[in-house]
Ligand binder design. Structure first.
Ligand SMILES: [Zn+2]
Length: 351
């Protein structure tokens, strides 16, 4: 395993950022290669500790000559976001200098060719970081971007062209749900990882062996040794199932038994009032149409001071907010409905 230090020039003299990248060299040039990164949203750490638990497993495989395909790992992909604090609160989702989401604005290339990437010499530091991450990841057959939600189940975003071919991956990782999407207009990292292949001939795009996914490892507080160990095993099982690592002690993943739904089935449930949210449901709950989801206390102690929010359709609660203060119009939760949401949002991932 080789460690390199990646450097990103900052936006002013004397400022720069760095992060390590680790590479395992595969013994078989024909084997699929894999790229894993975590904490692109810099405060989302379940994937960071999962990689921390995965690394010794890969080092053991390397010592035993079982690494078949090249593996690149970036455990903390966003040194800019990691350093952003505003009045004592960490801000790892948006770049404070440009107000741009760190997981938006990646270039959606017409082909998987890093020479097509724009020159960001005169851009901003977050743009340079995005280009560098794409340079590191493009060309790998398997690209995993590890995130987390507020509070939630473990789930994947997957482009529809990769499903059901990626069902073995979802099964290997042990996630609860898979959300399928079609079109990325915002430039997520996942979108930038799969879009370059969409217009290629099938024998070049190789969707049978390609993997690109945003992994949502539950909630922001789920930074936990037991979960990290289980998630590391899930990542390892995926790498074995896809032939990146050889391990004959593992069996082939079974069929995926979790929820699979298109993005358009998600109801985001915007809050009708501002106030304190009292949830009546938690991630994983199955709800019927009309079930009470939450009560918003907007005028405490007054008659009519509570507003109830009901499920617009039957489905499963995928996520909810980690904070209990809400403004009118902000999303209360993600309900994966059994059918298309009446107010389905355009756009892609809501990671
Ligand atoms: Zn995220």
């Amino acid at each position: 395993m080789q460690k390199s230090i990646e450097r990103i020039v900052g936006d002013s003299e004397g400022v720069s950022y760095e992060f390590p990248a680790f590479r395992f060299e595969g013994a078989d040039k024909a084997a699929p290669s894999a790229y894993l990164q975590a904490a692109l949203h810099a405060g989302e750490l379940p994937g960071v500790v999962a990689i921390d638990a995965l690394m010794p497993m890969l080092e053991k495989a390397e010592a035993e000559g079982r690494i078949k395909g090249n593996i690149t790992i970036v455990p903390q992909a966003n040194p800019i976001g990691r350093a952003q604090y505003h009045f004592g609160e960490h801000q790892g989702r948006f770049h404070l200098g440009t107000r741009t989401n760190f997981n938006r604005g990646f270039p959606l290339l017409a082909a998987p060719d890093t020479t097509l990437l724009p020159d960001t010499t005169l851009g901003t530091a977050d743009q340079r970081l995005k280009i560098r991450l794409l340079q590191l990841s493009l060309g790998h057959d398997i690209v995993l971007d590890l995130h987390c939600d507020d509070e939630g189940l473990a789930y994947l975003y997957v482009h529809a062209s990769l499903w059901p071919a990626m069902a073995d991956c979802a099964s290997a990782m042990g996630v609860d749900a898979v959300i399928l999407w079609d079109e990325d207009t915002d430039g997520t990292f996942e979108g930038a990882s799969i879009t370059p292949y969409l217009n290629l001939p099938a024998e070049v795009a190789r969707f049978d062996r390609r993997v690109a996914t945003t992994v949502e490892y539950r909630g922001i507080l789920d930074v936990d040794g037991t979960l990290a160990g289980a998630d590391a095993k899930g990542l390892y099982r995926l790498l074995v199932a896809r032939g990146v690592v050889l391990d004959q002690t593992l069996s082939t993943p079974g069929s995926f038994t979790g929820t699979v739904a298109p993005l358009e089935n998600i109801d985001m449930m915007p809050a009708p009032r501002a106030g304190a949210v009292v949830y009546e449901v938690k991630p994983g709950d199955r709800v019927a149409k009309g079930a009470l989801l939450a009560t918003i206390v907007h005028a405490p102690g007054e008659a009519g001071g509570r507003t109830q929010v009901f499920a617009p359709q039957a489905g499963i609660i995928l996520t909810r907010r980690s904070r209990r203060i809400i403004r009118a119009g902000e999303d209360l939760l993600k309900l994966v409905g059994d059918r298309k949401s009446a107010d389905a949002r355009s756009g892609t991932l809501e990671d």
